[in-house]
Design a protein around this ligand. Structure first.
Ligand code: KG4
Ligand code: ZN
Length: 339
C-alpha cells in the first residue's frame, strides 16, 4: 500500500507546475513547465501571455505529474488538491484555481488553499526534514524579500523585509539595464563568475538600521556608475552588484540569527538559487556554528512540490477551502503578532 498523496497545482507567475507528494513529504513526481522563452522577447513576464500559456499547459502538466506518480485523471489516488491562490498574477492564478476546483469536485476530494510564499517556506522541509525550530528563513524571490522566524510549521514572525524593491526585482532590473535579458538573476549569476566583485564599490543598504533592507538605491547607484563609463565591463559590474546584494542579505540574515538565537538558517525563493548567496550564507553559518539549509536549485524557484508540502500542513489542521475560493493577487503571509 502506498502512503496517502496530495496533488498540488502552481500557476502564480510564469511557471505551470504540478506535483504529487506523500504525507511523509516524499516527492513522488514534480513537473515544471517554464514559460521563459515566451516572455524573454518582451524582457519580462507579460501577464496576458502568461495566463494564456497556463490555459494551454495546465492540463498536460497535471496529467504528466499524475502519470509519473503512476496514477491518472480517472484514477488519481489522491487525498486532496492543494493550489496556489495568491499572491501572483490574477489571470495566472485563476487558471490553476479553476483546474484544481474542477478536479476537487469531480474526484470528491478536499481543496486546499496555499499562499505561494508559504510554499517557498515549506520547500526546504522537503529536502531537509530535520531542520530545527525555531529557525530563521531568508525568503528572497522576484516579489518579496523577508526575514522570518519560523517558530513551527505555519507560525511565522516577521523580523525584517525590504522597504522597496525585492532582491530578485533588483537582479531583474539591473540585468535588463545591462542588456542581459530575462530572467535577470541567472544571467547576472553566470556573468558574475567571470567578473571582479571588488571592481566597483556599490552601496550596502541600511547596514546599521535593524533588519529591514533596501535595494532601490543600489540599482540607482549601478545605473549612475555605468552611465559615466564609455566602455562597460559588464562582468565586473555584475559581480560587484551581486556582491552588494549578497553582502546585504547575509549580513541581515546573520544579524537575525544572532538576535533570535536560532540554530539554523534556511534559504528560500528564486534568489536562493544564486551561487554567490549560497556560498556566502554557507560560509557565514559555518563560522557561526549553525546549520545552513539550502534547497536544491529546482526547489528554490517556483514549483508545485513546495505547494503540496504546505498543503499537507493545512490539510492536517483541517484547513479546507470552499469551491468558491477566490484568487487573491496581493495575498499576504499570515504572521504571528509582533512581540
Ligand atoms: O521564487 P521565484 O521563482 O518566483 C517568485 O515567486 O518571484 O523567483 C524569481 C526570481 C527572479 O527575480 C529571478 O531573477 C530570481 O528569482 N533568480 C535569481 C537566480 N535564479 C532566479 N536571482 C539571482 N541568482 C539566480 N541564480
Ligand atoms: Zn515564487
Amino acid at each position: 500500500m502506498s502512503r496517502p498523496r496530495i496533488l498540488a497545482i502552481e500557476t502564480s507567475c510564469d511557471e505551470t507546475a504540478a506535483a504529487v507528494v506523500d504525507d511523509e513529504l516524499t516527492v513522488i513526481s514534480s513537473v515544471v513547465s517554464s514559460q521563459i522563452d515566451l516572455h524573454a522577447a518582451f524582457g519580462g513576464v507579460v501577464p496576458e501571455v502568461a495566463g494564456r500559456a497556463h490555459v494551454e499547459l495546465v492540463e498536460p502538466v497535471v496529467a504528466e505529474a499524475l502519470a509519473a506518480a503512476g496514477s491518472s485523471i480517472t484514477d488519481p489516488g489522491v487525498e486532496a488538491i492543494a493550489v496556489t491562490s495568491g499572491p501572483g498574477l490574477v489571470g495566472s492564478l485563476l487558471v490553476g484555481l479553476s483546474a484544481a476546483k474542477a478536479l476537487s469536485w469531480v474526484w470528491g476530494v478536499p481543496l486546499i488553499s496555499v499562499n505561494h510564499l508559504e510554499g517557498h517556506l515549506f520547500a526546504a522541509q522537503l529536502e531537509h526534514p530535520a531542520i530545527a525550530h525555531p529557525h530563521v528563513t531568508l525568503l528572497v524571490s522576484g516579489g518579496h524579500t523577508m526575514l522570518l522566524l519560523v517558530e513551527a510549521p505555519g507560525e511565522y514572525r516577521l523580523l525584517g523585509e525590504t522597504i522597496d524593491d525585492a532582491a530578485g526585482e533588483a537582479f531583474d532590473k539591473v540585468a535588463r539595464y545591462l542588456g542581459l535579458g530575462y530572467p535577470g538573476g541567472p544571467a547576472i549569476d553566470r556573468l558574475a563568475a567571470e567578473g571582479n566583485p571588488t571592481a566597483f564599490r556599490f552601496p550596502r543598504s541600511m547596514r546599521d538600521g535593524g533588519l529591514d533592507m533596501s535595494f532601490s538605491g543600489l540599482k540607482t547607484s549601478v545605473v549612475r556608475t555605468v552611465d559615466k563609463l564609455d566602455e562597460i565591463p559588464v562582468a565586473d559590474v555584475a559581480a560587484s552588484f551581486q556582491a552588494a546584494v549578497v553582502d546585504t542579505l547575509v549580513t541581515k540574515a546573520m544579524a537575525a540569527v544572532e538576535m533570535t538565537g536560532a540554530r539554523a538558517l534556511v534559504l528560500g525563493g528564486g534568489v536562493a538559487a544564486n551561487s554567490g548567496l549560497r556560498r556566502a550564507a554557507s560560509a557565514a553559518c559555518e563560522e557561526a556554528g549553525i546549520h545552513c539549509a539550502l534547497p536544491t536549485m529546482a526547489m528554490c524557484t517556483d514549483n508545485a512540490a513546495m505547494i503540496a508540502a504546505a498543503g499537507w500542513h493545512h490539510l492536517s489542521s483541517g484547513d479546507v477551502a470552499p469551491l468558491s475560493l477566490a484568487a487573491n493577487p496581493s495575498m499576504k503571509l499570515e504572521l504571528l503578532e509582533a512581540h
